[in-house]
Design a protein around this ligand. Sequence first.
Ligand code: ADP
Length: 484
Amino acid sequence: MEREYLNLIGGQWTPASSGATNPDRNPARTEEVVAVFPSGGREDAARAAEAAARAFPGWARTPLPRRSEILLKAAALLEQRLDEVAQALTREEGKTLAESKGETARGVSLLRYYAGEALQPTGDVYGSAVPSTFLFAERVPLGPVALITPWNFPVAIPAWKVAPALAFGNTVVLKPAELTPLTAWHLADVLDKAGLPPGVLNLVVGRGSQVGPALAESPHIKAISFTGSNAVGSGLAARCAERGIKFQLEMGGKNPVIVLADADLDKAVELTIAGAMLSTGQKCTATSRVIVHRDVLEGFRDRLVARASSLKVGDGMKAETYMGPLVSADAQKSVLEYIGVGKREGARVLTGGTRLEGGEYDAGYYVAPTVFDRVRPDMRIAQEEIFGPVVGVIEARDFDEAIALANDTRFGLSASVVTRDLGLALRFIREIEAGIVHVNSQTAGAEPQVPFGGFKGSSSGSREQGKAAREFFTQIKTVYLDPP
Ligand code: ADP
């Protein structure tokens, strides 16, 4: 029997108030139920928001070194169970075990990083025009915050929202994606065991369409940080704007790699493959367009196709697997639909383009690594986020056209250029419309100590991680202190 897990509300592990549950399934073997979770609804969300509100005054007063200690202890506990969490991640999300270990290790680093950040200065002292005035501005917490996270990085994204929210004195309701609750449960469990007081962190696994709006409407919730689709994000933003509360959205991407005429083509192929196919292309920073100078188009394309068609696809638990299944039946259907759209629009499939069938493939949601060429910028497959193992090759006649093509999208999360020319690399850095810029490295990847986020439709403009997280999770109190 698979284990039945519970939500954490006000320090109590509890079932959904309706009693409803939902199976957490393995996308590599859909018959396998990894765990059973509560299917929480509006009432659970409201109770969690109330619990977070009750816990807020005490947590806001908790000395920063104590908050820091709890985060450090949680980091140590997560590190101790790294293998267990990584296996849970692969079994519920499908990415390879190596990627799951890397992601869990990143969760540990994030908890440690914010344990340190908690001890950084909390404000600035200014000179006043009045000699007797002690004038300072302090960053103080917002209150209870709601954190709504997607399934594609189910440890790292909750960690990079929860850790700064707690470090800076907020209380939290975490609503992880229904598809991948087990990894988020581990994060909540280690923080609980590390000594967080009841109600400081609440976990509500449940239906996004119910729990999300209930959190956005709760009078207790003072800010929302969301990562997910543009459709849901813009709806949430409208609700937050109406209520006048702070919000932060991280959404889609259509991230380009530009391969210039002087590029090391083997390197260009490796980083395109890694960016496009790792995590089965299900990263907001995944590479989905590769814009290639016409002088090297043929050589690059042939090598890219050879590499893509040789990738080992299978269950992420097997050591030889490079790429696992898609996360769900809906995801598989949507990716196959986009492949059909690309073909109808006149792009050419060079490899892949179908679901994988036979043997173990019949048990899961597999799609072959897919490369299109003859992609034009006005095609839907050049404009819309596919979120799967699909990359489109677009030809450019020179650097200027390559940059124009790269910027011709409503998104602006990450981008990369492959070149040995320092002058062109510098122009790329200046001219590309993207929040995260790579030169000779893949479009994916995010270190905890630097800001993460996009330009244009990829984000609401604020940044996560690094010191930037303090800006979102605090507000400023300016104090004029005069002697009595
Ligand atoms: P993805 O394509 O990554 O699943 P979604 O935007 O559908 O993106 O989901 C991201 C998160 O938003 C998940 O935790 C999901 O449950 C939640 N969610 C879904 N619908 C809503 C909604 N109407 N309001 C708030 N959150 C929602």
